[in-house]
Design a protein around this ligand. Structure first.
Ligand code: DAH
Length: 341
């Protein structure tokens, strides 16, 4: 009899369960009421009374061994189960691993500019990207033979030379001033188009922000103070500005504004070409002809205007010197601006 028990013990110790079916087979054979152990217990009555105690003890040992083994087989099967799906436990509280987008650097600069001017009472206006000659050139006092009207600068619509893609956002000045009454304190951001070969320094489209302020008694001092405030807000309070005389058909006098180079702080570097200054915008007092072209009495009202390129400002702020990067949407480039909001 003890040979039989020995064999059973060996069989139990060697048992394996790789599937639920094998586990169930084990349970039926060694644990259930109809198991081989049940048969052994039933045999007790056939054993000589003096051997019964020892036999009973042996059968109980087998029973214990079978139960321990059963637990072992269950845990073995459970860990094999999860192991086959994922080696780490699943944490359902973790956010999903989605590669979120980020603010485009041009959008960031656009938002900053709008925010700065909104603080001093500017509103934001929009205008069409497809413009007519009047709003893009004529009303802005461009002489008939001005080079900006020429084919190499402007995308004209072939079937109608009066229609073109706007070359600047100054056209929005006209759209607002001809339809509304002064005073105006308006910002007009938007996309503009030039007939240029695409390179690191030029593109056939880019973005500008136009601004204009028209009221009674607006003077050059207002222009300077407004733009001075803007430059300090955008580039930092220690920024210096200077105005250089310039020419635009729609302003008189006209000036370009430089800021002290924000990279080298005016000491001289290759961004500012060792001058310590970088140009950021064009500006001037709105030419009385422009006001009159919009039906505004230039004896009663005066104003100033300014225009800047968003890419140009982004290049200075982020030290990116290839314009094309801003419109290629290469995620390796865009990912570098994840810190912006
Ligand atoms: N429209 C000009 C350009 O595209 C920029 C500009 C210069 C706008 C002076 C203005 C201004 O309003 O006063 O280059």
């Amino acid at each position: 009899m003890s040979e039989k028990i020995k064999a059973l013990k060996a069989e139990i110790s060697a048992a394996k369960a790789k599937t639920q079916e094998e586990l169930e087979a084990y349970r039926l054979k060694f644990i259930s009421r109809k198991s081989v152990l049940g048969d052994l217990f039933a045999d007790i009555k056939n054993i000589a009374p003096e051997d019964r105690k020892a036999f009973g003890q042996e059968v109980n040992e087998v029973k214990q061994l079978a139960e321990e083994k059963f637990k072992e087989l269950i845990t073995g099967l459970e860990s094999a189960d999860t192991g086959s799906k994922s080696s780490a436990p699943v944490d359902l509280t973790l956010p999903p691993n989605i590669n979120l987008g980020t603010v485009h650097p041009l959008t960031y600069i656009h938002n900053r500019i709008v925010e700065i001017f909104q603080k001093i009472g500017f509103n934001v206006a929009d205008g069409p990207e497809i413009e007519d000659d009047f709003h893009n050139f004529t009303a802005l006092n461009f002489p008939e033979n001005h080079p900006a009207r020429e084919m190499q600068d402007t995308f004209f619509i072939e079937s109608n030379p009066d229609i073109a893609l706007r070359t600047h956002t100054s056209s929005v000045q006209i759209r607002i001033m001809e339809n509304q009454k002064p005073p105006f304190r308006t910002l007009a951001p938007g996309r503009v188009f030039r007939n240029e070969a695409i390179s690191a320094r030029a593109h056939c489209f880019f973005h500008q922000v136009e601004g204009f302020f028209v009221d009674k008694n607006v003077g050059l001092v207002d222009l300077k103070q407004t733009l001075y405030y803007f430059a300090k807000e955008l580039f930092g309070q220690d920024t210096k500005v200077r105005f250089r005389p310039s020419y635009f058909p729609f302003t008189e006098p006209s000036a370009e504004m430089d800021i002290s180079c924000n990279i080298c702080k005016g000491k001289g570097c290759n961004i500012c070409k060792y001058s310590g200054w970088v140009e950021i915008l064009g500006s001037g007092m709105i030419d009385p002809n422009v006001l009159e072209n919009c039906g505004i009495d230039s004896e009663e009202y005066t104003g100033f205007a300014f225009g800047m390129g968003i890419e140009r400002i982004a290049m200075l702020k982020f030290q990116v010197n290839d314009l094309r990067l801003y419109s290629e949407n290469d995620v390796r480039f865009l990912n570098q601006f994840k810190h912006l909001s």
